[in-house]
Design a protein around this ligand. Sequence first.
Ligand SMILES: Nc1nc2c(c(=O)[nH]1)N[C@H]1C(S)=C(S)[C@@H](COP(=O)(O)O)O[C@H]1N2
Ligand SMILES: [Mo]
Length: 423
Amino acid sequence: MDDDLKSTTRRAFLRGSAAAVAGTAAGAAAAGPDPLITELQDWASATGEGVDATPYGLPIEFEGDVIRRNVPWLTADPISSINFTPIHALDGTITPQGCAFERHHSGAIELRKDDYRLMINGLVDTPLVFSYADLERFPRENHVYFCECAANTGMEWAGAQLNGVQFTHGMIHNMEYTGVPLSTLLAEAGLDTAGDLADKWVYVEGADASSNGRSIPMEKALDDCLVAFKANGEALRKEHGYPVRLVVPGWEGNMWVKWMRRIEVMDGPVESREETSKYTDVLENGVARKWTWVMDAKSVITSPSPQSPITHGPGPMIISGLAWSGHGQITRVDVSKDGGMTWETARLGKQGDSKALTRFYLDTEWNGEDMLLQARAMDETGYVQPTKAQLREVRGENSIYHNNCIQTWYVNAQGIAENVEVS
Ligand SMILES: Nc1nc2c(c(=O)[nH]1)N[C@H]1C(S)=C(S)[C@@H](COP(=O)(O)O)O[C@H]1N2
Ligand SMILES: [Mo]
């Protein structure tokens, strides 16, 4: 009954607001009819482009703003650097490869399929080398997963810093991968020689100059890692590891080795640069946490946000954003308009995949007053995304990586949004 009443009220409101829009048009009509309706337009009085004008299509020029961007002062040069996904301008959950963030330690290399080799060696019964064509002969699977750099939101530890969700949360992408389970290839090489697998590791290397070598415990390697060669249905782009990358679902992006060339089965971890001097978290007492692989539950409002202000007046408003968890499915997302004092439960665009982005919407009304917008994610383990204060209590302020705290946007009465801190 309550629901009925609410939806009736909402319908009435929408009717009211439709009348208001009509009113605006009528206002324009006072100066004459709307030429967009009454005049013959160029696009209707000549033909458009033929079918082969763009054999591989790009977005229409009007969407030219929806691009990856970097923050030049973050890194010394663009070769060992990062850029950010324009999540403020996307909807749904799948990230198009063309605007999915890139992170390279020694630049994006060009490696032909014909020149591609993947070696499995170390504690295996038969060391093997696979060509790209060999990989295509193993049974393959499709899975959607997010890939989040552990440094995502890392610049916000000490206070609000970057004024745009693309920059605070854009080191993430979400694609549908096609690939062969890593467990299939390890089984092909045979793990009997390795003995008890409980304490075994694989060390995975890329073919680029940095190699970006990472140690992965055998349990994860045999669980859900994927040797992927397609993303969103097409070949991986060069910048995402063409022709083959490792997909490590729910775990930090650094372990998703691109241009993957070698997998060594070992007795222990290598303790490489990327897992000691980098991608560890220095706590308040100076001790560093390591092996912090899983990306904990996190969410952020993508619109409204600093790059996506409210452009309409009071009335119906959609608040939208993304939520994800390296531990599995997102079960609930709450949204607050008052900096976390009161919360409303958002609607999920669809029931999210495990370890993949979930889209949420709060279909609401804006009273035209300023707001402190926040989102808070919950996952299937019962974990609730922490506030900044809660996270700092456990982790101190020396950290860079694994900042999954609740983000706040201050939205003023003009609809302009700004990155602020409410801890
Ligand atoms: N071979 C190789 N793999 C790599 C890297 C690299 O520089 N070289 N960067 C890593 C890091 S830090 C991240 S966050 C992800 C980024 O993947 P993307 O560039 O497809 O977004 O790739 C990882 N895999
Ligand atoms: Mo990363």
